[in-house]
Design a protein. Sequence first.
Length: 576
Amino acid sequence: MSLRLSQRSQRKRIVIGLAIFLIVWWHLGSSSSSSSSPLFAGDVKFAASSFDWSQFTPFNPVLDIKPLPTTRPRSLPPVQADAALFKPSRVNDERRAAVRAVFDRSYQAYRSHAWLHDELTPVTGRGKDPFGGWAATLVDSLDSLWIMGFKDEFREAAAAVGRLDWANTEAGALNIFETTIRHLGGLLSAYDLSREPVLLAKAVELGEMLYVGFDTENRIPGFWLNFKDALQNLQWAGTNDPSACPASLSLEFTRLSQITGDPKYYDATDRVTRFLEKTQNKTLLPGIWPTTIDFRHETVYQNRFTLGALADSLYEYLPKMYALLGGVDKSYEDMYKAAADTIIEHMLFRAMIPDDGDKDAIYFTGDLLVKEDEVMRINESQHLTCFVGGMFGLGGKLFQLEKHSQIGERLARGCGWAYANMPTGIMPEIFNMVACESTEGPCPWDQDRWEDEVGAAQVPRGFKNARDPRYLLRPEAIESIFLSYRMTGNPEYREIAWDMFEAIIMATETKLAYSAFADVTVTGATKKLDSMESFWLAETLKYFYLIFSPPDVISLDDYVLNTEAHPLLRPKPFAG
Ligand SMILES: *[C@@H]1O[C@H](CO)[C@@H](O)[C@H](O)[C@H]1NC(C)=O
Ligand SMILES: *[C@@H]1O[C@H](CO)[C@@H](O)[C@H](O)[C@H]1NC(C)=O
């Protein structure tokens, strides 16, 4: 508050400027939509947005822009298993075709009923715009269309992207995280795959807009980019913001700098990385960062820790940034290793489950609450935490840590187990398990203990409850199963994936497309929630498609995937 008051003298001038600006903006906004050129097949045109954020003069300029690393990319250990381990088969080709057909059906439903809206409502067949109204599903689907060989649809979608106007939104503020991972990630990935210039041009326009969000006193963005606040120097880093928001914008911003040669985007997110580095060992649980952080005062006193909602991709991006920078910034390796040690020590657990064989083969992760010197683990997993198997797998490969590779597989299988053991064959959004005392040693099935802990909850043995029993079409479980498959070549993962796919289609299919539904513990006609978020097309179906594809389709040795499953090109070591 006191900081805001000190700005008052400047305010009048800015408010007048703002009024003029908005009038011009609206004027341009309304005229540009009618004046944009018609499109012809094979002719992807670029129509500039009606406001150009690159002309915005920051109130808090950066005095010293850090360049991208100039060291030659290193030759990193292979992520994928030996190509000889991947065997083609007819069954597999049929499964791939089945996934492609489901994608086609979903996309065509969006195209017919919700074109240019953010999402289709898959039961009622309407469009809705929870992400600014910049056609989130369309932008998020571009690279999937390309990878699955929908060339006509890709061209049509690219043409529509060429006419997107970032200044044309009814929202007064933009969600920086969601817009970065879905829109910016989607555009950069589609550009990396297709080299279609219009996609890069729109990515740069959007990058300029998102970059305005960093115009705060300490150059750490808030959760929302509020356009009016931005124009009046009223932006601040948050005092209790999700750690993942400013901390996992780095892949997209770095790739934008790599492609354009302009280091300012990389510089912007690198400043957040240095904050993470500085604070990693100063939290209540050194090695990991709390779920929410006071980014404004740059302190990390909060006492809750999770790998799920609000924090997840902060961790995911550590090994991924290492890969995207060609292994030349060791601080990502150090931060990953220190975080992984704490996660292994405190968050990982085995569940008491009836089948002894499975018990040692699967892990889950829980949340932590630190009180005085006590670290309490809440044995609760979320669908969102399922990414963590893939993260350990990638860390294991890049840093040659066999133990991490094993943990990664066990975590991926834990999610597979939670799918297979629910009545619908699908894991709940949030659930609790009855945990073993430690990750090693005996942990026999104890019917009495389980009945005690479960109480009246109607859940299969091993689960304690399904606290949030919805399935929201989420990708994280198939993500880790896919990554485990590519990293090991073990065909068992394809079987797990196929069972998951069949269960998901069975439970989510609507007359038009596929929908989130209310309760994975109940079979029969499932109650649909009329929601199909863009990650269904961007991630879930892409991972299912890729696991049944030959290993050179989006090889993990060529690409690193952002947290919305958008593949970004990795640098090659033998450039000189
Ligand atoms: C944090 O502590 C770990 C374990 O002691 C250490 O390996 C790591 O380098 C430290 N990180 C930083 C940024 O100082
Ligand atoms: C989680 O499981 C561990 C091991 O069984 C137990 O010590 C701990 O109390 C459990 N946490 C909660 C919140 O019940």
